[in-house]
Every structure is written in structure tokens, then in C-alpha cells.
Design a protein around this ligand. Structure first.
Ligand SMILES: CC(=O)N[C@H]1[C@@H](OP(=O)(O)OP(=O)(O)OC/C=C(\C)CC/C=C(/C)CC/C=C(/C)CC/C=C(/C)CC/C=C(\C)CC/C=C(/C)CC/C=C(/C)CC/C=C(/C)CC/C=C(\C)CC/C=C(\C)CCC=C(C)C)O[C@H](CO)[C@@H](O)[C@@H]1O
Ligand SMILES: O=c1ccn([C@@H]2O[C@H](COP(=O)(O)O)[C@@H](O)[C@H]2O)c(=O)[nH]1
Ligand SMILES: [Mg+2]
Length: 342
């Protein structure tokens, strides 16, 4: 399949967009200011998400045949990007953000009439069909995906690398069934590569950028939407359980953090420094090594998910394995945090 020209074009567009938007963002105050909870110095422009979107949008006009469903996705993702940018600039309340995320999810679900109709064959031969409940499950999955990527976006390169790995898995799975959507993950991979070049610069570099909540929310929505599309195709590209492997690290981090906050009688919506990348930092592991280790683990889990699709591993086995891995993760991180606190 010919994806090299779209890849190269999107990569170039993203570099260009970053260069052009950066000075405007600084003037408009779209910068991340250091504070107690932050791990960076200096005012870093929050332009990565906007640049990624503009590059993907332009490339999609050039290289993807437009359909009503694709246009609806592009509108929904522009809305999420705008919401994230408002949050980056003015700090919106949790309620406003969640209501807006529900509205955008509903727009794309009702507009395209695509939503999860089943959780897969998880009990022997019985398929867990969802019926209209599928609409609610899809909204929850989109909100969970958006917030999981946001929560993991707390260290240089981390959200960028983990989403790049997830897009690579989706590109593989959607290409196998020749879906019309297969090019979209490639466009995201290319623009993320452009973003990472600037995001991984030193904190003292004047061209360093973050993707901001605008970027991580755009990526969260896109990942979940591509998964829903892939699951609901006539000849499906993936099973629901495989989606868990594709974004395993952000999902496990989010669920474990929520459980820990609830156990500590804190609000699950309150930001803190108890995410996986914070744990590595507490143990004195450098950012570079943290990024390498987490990216390797995420790649292995995504590869397991893809291989299970290729070799038709039963869904219940994959779900049990995922739940077992999550339990190990939750127990180990809990013990590690207790050790640090004591
Ligand atoms: C607050 C915070 O943490 N802040 C961070 C952040 O700071 P920042 O400043 O950026 O942000 P703010 O502080 O301003 O806060 C932003 C936050 C908010 C706006 C508030 C929202 C916060 C939340 C906590 C909301 C979370 C919302 C949810 C809906 C979560 C619900 C949680 C669950 C426990 C449910 C489990 C989730 C799922 C539904 C599972 C699937 C979801 C997916 C995404 C998977 C893939 C999706 C699909 C399309 C496919 C399939 C569908 C499925 C449902 C999966 C298949 C299911 C099965 C096979 C069967 C069932 C199996 C399961 C349910 C498995 C369950 C999974 C596990 C056991 C793991 O960032 C800062 C920097 O880091 C940080 O410091 C700060 O703290
Ligand atoms: O690439 C990145 C992304 C984020 N950070 C740090 O994490 C916080 C997260 O900000 P939120 O406002 O909680 O979304 C950001 O301010 C940086 O300190 C990073 O260093 N590199
Ligand atoms: Mg954030």
C-alpha cells in the first residue's frame, strides 16, 4: 500500500505548522507555566496538538477520499481540540470538560450511527451483545480514552510515544482488512514524529513544545474512534478486547490511579503526582530511561494484541490475561508507592 507520500507530506506539514503557530501561541498566552505540580522549567508553548491536527487535516484533504463519516470525525476532533485549547489557556472546570466530552462523543455516535454493538465472545460461546446500551458504553470508552491519554501526558515524549505505538498497531490492523480508514493512523504517526522532534528538546531550548490537553484529547478521541470503527467493520479489524492491549499502559495507569484515589478517600478527578511516570521519577530513574522502558512495555502489549488477532486467540483468554496483567501492575505500583511514602 502506498503510504510513503502521505507520511512524508504530513510529517513536513507538522514541522511547518509547529514553526508557524509557535510565535502566535506565545503571544496568545497558550503556554505552560511552571508550578508545584509541574516538572518543567520555563514557559513552554502548548502548540503540539494544534499542529498535529492541522497537519492531519490538510493531509486528509489531499490523500483520503472524504465521506460523511470522515467529515463528522474531523468536526468532532476539531471540537475536542478547541475544548482542550480552551482548557490549556483558561483551565476549565471538570464538569464543563466532562459535559463537553459527552456532547462531542454523542455527536460522532449519532451522526455516524456507529457505536459498539458487542463486547465480544467472552463467556464460552456467548457473545456479550450490547444493543442500545452500546451507545452508553461507547461514550464511556471515548471519555476513558481521552482522559487516559491526558493523564499519561506528564513527561517529555511519553504521550507522544504511547500514542504513536497505538496508532502503529491500528495502522497494521486496519490495513489487514483494507479499511478506508487505514490511512488516518499513518497520518497521525507522521505528525507525531514531527511533534516528538520538538517535544524531546531540552527544557532550556526555545523551540521545545508540549501537545497540551488539546493534543492529548484529540489523540484520545481519535484512538478510541478508530478502535470503534475497526471493531464495527463488516469484516472486523479487531475485537473489543484487543483495544485494551493497544492502549494498555494509559488505561492501566488511569484505572490504578482512580482506585488509589478512591481508596485514599480523595476525588478521582483531582490531579496528583501518582501516575506511572511519577513513580519512575520517585525511584530516581531518568526521564530518558523511563520513556524507553514504558515504550518497550507498551510495544510488547500492543504486539501481543495484534498477534492475538492474527492467530485468532479466543477473546476470553485475552481478557483474562489482560485482567491478570492489570492486577500485577496495580499490586506492584501500590507496593512501590507505599514504600516511597513510608
Ligand atoms: C485528574 C487527573 O488525573 N489529572 C492528571 C492530568 O492532569 P491535567 O491537568 O492534564 O488534567 P486535570 O487534572 O485538569 O483533569 C482532567 C480530568 C478530568 C476532566 C476529569 C476526568 C477524570 C476521570 C478520572 C474520568 C475518567 C472517566 C472514565 C469514564 C473512566 C471510567 C473508569 C473505569 C474504571 C472504566 C474502565 C474503562 C473502560 C470503559 C474500559 C475500556 C476503555 C477503553 C478506552 C478501551 C478501549 C476502547 C474501545 C473502543 C473498545 C472496547 C470497549 C471496551 C469497553 C473494552 C472491552 C471490554 C471488555 C472486553 C470487558 C470489560 C473489561 C473491562 C471493563 C476492563 C477494565 C480495565 C481494566 C481493569 C484496566 O495529568 C497530569 C500529568 O500526568 C497528572 O499529574 C494529573 O494527575
Ligand atoms: O511532554 C510533556 C508533557 C507534560 N509535561 C509535564 O506534565 C505537566 C502536565 O500538565 P497538565 O497541566 O497536568 O496537563 C506539564 O505541565 C509538564 O510539567 C512534560 O514535562 N512534558
Ligand atoms: Mg494534561
Amino acid at each position: 500500500m502506498d503510504f510513503w507520500l502521505p507520511l512524508f507530506t504530513t510529517f513536513s506539514f507538522s514541522l511547518l505548522a509547529i514553526k508557524l503557530i509557535n510565535p502566535i501561541a506565545i503571544k496568545a498566552g497558550l503556554v505552560d507555566l511552571p508550578c508545584d505540580r509541574k516538572v518543567h522549567d520555563g514557559n513552554i508553548p502548548l502548540v503540539g496538538g494544534i499542529a498535529i491536527y492541522l497537519a492531519v487535516l490538510t493531509a486528509s484533504v489531499l490523500f483520503i477520499e472524504h465521506s460523511r463519516d470522515l467529515n463528522l470525525y474531523l468536526v468532532a476532533s476539531a471540537l475536542v481540540l478547541f475544548l482542550g485549547a480552551l482548557d490549556d489557556r483558561y483551565r476549565l472546570s471538570v464538569r464543563v470538560r466532562l459535559v463537553a466530552q459527552i456532547l462531542v462523543s454523542s455527536l460522532i455516535i449519532f451522526g455516524t450511527e456507529i457505536y459498539l454493538t458487542s463486547l465480544g465472545v467472552l463467556l464460552g460461546n456467548i457473545e456479550l451483545k450490547l444493543g442500545v446500551l452500546g451507545i452508553v458504553v461507547t461514550v464511556i470508552a471515548i471519555i476513558a480514552g481521552i482522559n487516559a491519554i491526558n493523564m499519561i501526558d506528564g513527561m517529555d515524549g511519553l504521550a507522544g510515544m504511547l500514542s504513536l505505538i497505538a496508532f502503529a498497531a491500528l495502522a497494521f490492523l486496519l490495513s489487514r482488512v483494507a479499511s478506508a480508514w487505514y490511512l488516518l493512523p499513518f497520518l497521525f504517526i507522521a505528525s507525531l514524529l514531527g511533534y516528538l522532534i520538538f517535544n524531546l528538546k531540552r527544557h532550556t531550548s526555545s523551540s521545545k513544545i508540549f501537545m497540551g490537553d488539546a493534543g492529548n484529547m484529540l489523540i484520545g478521541l481519535t484512538l478510541i474512534w478508530l478502535m470503534v470503527i475497526g471493531i464495527e467493520l463488516k469484516s472486523p479489524a479487531l475485537k473489543p478486547v484487543t483495544a485494551l492491549y493497544i492502549i494498555a499502559v494509559p488505561i492501566m495507569d488511569m484505572v490504578a490511579v482512580i482506585i488509589r484515589r478512591v481508596k485514599e478517600k480523595k476525588s478521582p478527578f483531582l490531579a496528583d503526582g501518582q501516575h506511572l511516570h511519577h513513580l519512575f521519577a520517585e525511584f530516581g530513574i531518568s526521564r530518558k530511561h523511563t520513556l524507553i522502558v514504558i515504550s518497550i512495555v507498551a510495544s510488547i502489549l500492543a504486539a501481543i494484541g495484534c498477534l492475538a488477532e492474527v492467530y485468532l486467540v479466543p477473546e476470553w483468554i485475552m481478557l483474562l490475561l489482560f485482567l491478570a496483567l492489570f492486577c500485577v501492575y496495580a499490586v506492584c505500583t501500590d507496593k512501590a508507592w507505599n514504600k516511597i511514602k513510608s
